[in-house]
Design a protein around this ligand. Sequence first.
Ligand code: ADP
Length: 252
Amino acid sequence: MIAVGIDLGSVAAKGVLLNGKSIHKIVIPTGWSPRDAGEQLLHNLLDQAGLSRSQVDGIVATGYGRVAFEQADRKVTEISCHARGVAHLLPAAGTIVDIGGQDSKAIRINEQGKVLNFAMNDKCAAGTGRFLEVMANTLGMDVSQLGELEAPQETVAVNSMCTVFAESEIIGLLARGLPKGGIVAGLHQSVGKRVAAMARRLGVQEQVAFTGGVALNKGVGRALVEELGCPVVVLEDCQFTGALGAALLAIQ
Ligand code: ADP
């Protein structure tokens, strides 16, 4: 059985192709057209796997751009796809924290990967990857550098919740000569606090799996552990969990 999962996110488009025991994964920027990004991804995945479209048995699309991707046989919410992906990778997981470019989610699942409950912040950039991207830009660095650069022992609290005000606050903190590493740790703490509060409202059931592109930032993982007061498992290929779940659902 050959199955493809396409996760068209707000920032990144992720694709997974499952062919028996082999797995192919590709991430590209979503850009302005999720439809084009989906087609490009499918093309690249087939190319990498040496297959043609007619050999694929099923395609499931997920992510905010899924409606635009006409080649999908089925469209499934990110919540269900993340749950399916996590249940496969970490069967003992009871809670998923997913932080993407434009939203953050907490999802409670059972052992079969069935969604029991979820909470989502998609109204405000605070507590999302976008918040960290804007802040990294203000600090003159790339978002991928934040995790390495943080200095938790000298954390500088960032109090503004709103991204626009937080940007001004960072400029003020830099002008006062406060250390960048401490400010970065404060930003991670701010994201961790916000997302942990959302997860606690659902009731946190261990093990906690951390997914989404922001899970690539080990500083946010550290802050989540502090704020939740329990271990957090960062899944390998955390950014592909939704696409993997979609591919697994395509097999079903
Ligand atoms: P979406 O599905 O909404 O497109 P993703 O789950 O792909 O979002 O996550 C995108 C976010 O992940 C970006 O906004 C960025 O903050 C973060 N990110 C992406 N790559 C990295 C990286 N190498 N290191 C740290 N953070 C990253």
